[in-house]
Design a binder for this molecule. Structure first.
Ligand code: S3P
Length: 415
């Protein structure tokens, strides 16, 4: 089976809107993810005065540069998107007018001190509601030049927030990351002409000017979305090829885990200018065995752990996940959610503060009744589990799927 309908990468689609809007020039992005999260980011930049047109999944941004951004009339709203609020707050911190930004009920429970603290140290005036949104960001502040930030957690959202604040305020900055995390912001800033290097975990932005407009860019399909259907192929022993998937090294840890489990995965790389991409071929599978996920891979696979947990329920042995405490502060508490889902399916899971053990394989899969707490990845994991095990799924909060994967249900029906 050939699957070429995996939608565009969510992380890259957010950055496309943001960085395209900060550039002086017109950029067309093909393969934009038209999901609720990314559309909120797009609307925010329209509110900031940027002309953006959209035709299917092609988005054209008529950027006029940072100095032409306008004070929005209303509070900005990121919907359900943690990436949206953290990255855009960085942008706003460097602008010469006051703004306020918030999101839905889940966003209003997500910690923002991880960006408030560094931005404040950098000179921004940003206040939250006890560290939670809404965030009030005061304009007219000049951020420090050459500031060096040591991130306490490996977070691409925090790193990107700092880099983007440096872009809008026009200063240099260095960010030290404790472990590598996704580098889409760095790649796109470089593509648009910023001078930025990464050496041994230090990202150094020395010239924040985006001097090189780019006419047309392809956004690859989202590997995090593809993985739901890759796992379904593996669980149902159906070979499949997934076309034009993003293969950025900071995102392909899930494929490493699958290979360690014994999956037959082959990559056919394709040419793309700034983000690696290619086809992922899933072969006729051998029996998969659960593994201990290496600690060093955790930041790379953090979004994929819910669906990997479902795969683990079908495999021999124990999947061990530790060092994944960040899962507790995603769209929902995903460690709690994974445990509730595996239990609802009739599997065997033990919860830890920073992870879980899953003892497979499941002997009698159950019809699933599950509250996804409006968390798209938990809802999709539940639906894949039911499809793979031939049970039914009654999932509360599955509307959340439209935040990241609008055609998920159609693809699932066709599988
Ligand atoms: C994202 C970074 C990751 C990831 C999130 C998207 C991004 O979070 O979990 O879904 O686009 O920057 P961290 O900031 O914790 O790395």
């Amino acid at each position: 089976m050939i699957i070429d309908a995996i939608p565009g990468d969510k992380s890259i689609s957010h950055r496309a809107i943001i960085i395209g809007s900060l550039t002086n020039g017109t950029t067309t992005f093909d393969g934009f993810l038209k999901s609720e999260d990314c559309l909120c980011t797009l609307e925010i930049f329209r509110q900031l005065g940027v002309e953006i047109s959209m035709d299917s999944t092609t988005v054209t941004i008529h950027g006029k540069g940072v100095s032409e951004l306008k004070k929005p009339k209303n509070q900005l709203h990121v919907g359900n998107s943690g990436t949206g609020i953290r990255l855009i707050s960085g942008v706003l911190a460097g602008l010469p007018f006051d703004t306020e930004i918030t999101g839905d009920a889940s966003i209003q429970q997500r910690p923002m001190d991880r960006i408030i603290d560094p931005l404040t140290q950098m000179g921004a005036k940003i206040t939250g509601n006890h560290g939670l949104p809404p965030l009030k960001i005061q304009g007219q502040t000049k951020l420090k030049n050459g500031w060096v930030y040591h991130m306490p957690v490996a977070s691409a959202q925090v790193k990107s927030c700092i880099l983007l604040s440096a872009i809008t305020t026009g200063v240099g900055v260095s960010v030290h990351e404790p472990e590598p995390c996704r580098d889409h912001t760095e790649r796109m800033l470089q593509l648009f002409g910023a001078t930025l290097t990464t050496t041994n975990g230090v990202i150094e932005l020395t010239d924040p000017s985006l001097t090189a407009p780019v006419e047309r860019i392809q956004i690859p399909a989202d590997i995090s979305s593809a993985l739901f259907f890759i796992c379904l192929s593996l669980m149902t022993n159906q070979p499949a090829t997934f076309k034009n998937i993003g293969l950025n090294p900071s995102r392909v840890g899930c494929l490493t885990v699958l290979k360690m489990m014994g999956a037959d995965i082959n990559i056919v790389p394709k040419k793309n200018s700034y983000e690696p991409m290619g086809d992922i071929q899933v072969g006729a599978t051998h029996t998969l065995k659960n593994i201990e996920v290496p600690l060093s891979l955790i930041p790379n696979v953090i979004d994929e752990l819910p669906i990997l947990a479902i795969l683990a329920t079908a495999c021999e042995g124990t999947m061990i996940v530790r060092g994944a405490q960040e899962l507790r502060i995603k769209e929902s508490d995903r460690i709690d959610g994974i445990c509730r889902l595996v239990n609802a399916l009739g599997g065997n899971i033990k919860e830890y503060e920073d992870g879980f053990d899953i003892m497979g394989p499941i002997t009698s899969p159950q019809n699933i009744h599950f509250d996804a707490h409006y968390d798209h990845r938990l809802a999709m994991s539940g639906l894949i589990a039911a499809k793979a095990f031939g049970t039914t799924a009654n999932i509360e909060g599955k509307d959340s799927i439209s935040t990241s994967f609008p055609n998920f249900l159609a693809l699932l029906d066709a599988s």
